[in-house]
Design a protein. Sequence first.
Length: 368
Amino acid sequence: MDVPQLEDLPPLQGKRVLLRADFNVPLDGDRITDDLRIRAALPTIQWLQQQGATVVACSHLGRPKGEPDPRYSMEPVRRRLAELAPGVELLENLRFDPGEEGNDPAFVARLVEGMDAYVDDAFGAAHRAHASIVGPPQTLPSAAGRLLAKEVEVLGGLRSSPKRPFVAILGGAKVSDKLGVIDALLDVVDRLIIGGGMAFTFLKAQGHSIGDSLLQEDQVETCRQRLEEHGDRIVLPHDTTVLLPDGRVAQLGVDLPNGAKGLDIGPGTAAEFSDIVAEARTVFWNGPMGMFEDERFAAGTRTVAQAVAECRGFTVVGGGDSAAAVAQLGFAGDIDHISTGGGASLELLELGDLPGLEALRKAPNAPQ
Ligand code: 3PG
Ligand code: MG
């Protein structure tokens, strides 16, 4: 990777290091429901402490609107971090100041004051050109932390040198959110499996009647084009689990009557997707296959999660909902790489670069 690594920093004994982490953890009130993002930063923190540095960590949490909001206080993170990594200082939520998202030079100046070096380990936020991401490397010797470096190695490797067959599974609600990554994946994958709500816009483009299922009317033509050009590699559902107007749940094909709402892939489709995954030597999965929060519509996501877990190839799960699904279903230990980034992992797959990486590449200590 062409961004500076921890080893490219000057000696850190007695120095203060500003660590941008992504501690944007899911909360239930003030209880952290998944501390993956805090644990994922520990290798970097421990390395810095072993070098004799004082680590001053900072992060955003949620989306406060540029002013202090007690609902987004870093306090829960501070408590967990103190247990996992004693001795780390932690700044208050960066987004309590409008200068963070506005990338205000005055805010950057306050962040770097008294700091000797900067480390970016906030992979999940590396697609944001915010002050704490792109500002400090302009003046401080800087490096990617272990987590950021690993994410870039794994996700970048999917683009450049995947073992084949390479199968990608995309789910989630909206085609428009995933179009960039769909196109990027179609450049490299052998099969692109599409499930979740967005599959219905593709099915509509094939001429199916999709009842009351999720539809992005303005994306139908786009889906039709992709199917025309790449239809041999795009795999769509052929049966669905639907909610009927009278509240019953039924298994139907992909031509749905009015009022029927497809909320999960059907059992036949789940089996077909699993068979394709079983043969893969590389798998990338992002986005649930259905509304898995509701047990009646969780089977498709569960079956696919299990297939990914059992696949003997190299398996990568994108962050956000699919990472949560895999953890909730108990398969996390069987996945080779679970990304800590949702939007960031998709943007890196799509563009091959991120604002946070670009900034590190321009740091004063970056290898020329
Ligand atoms: C995330 O959770 O996706 C990252 O922490 C980025 O958060 P954001 O989408 O609010 O910028
Ligand atoms: Mg495996």
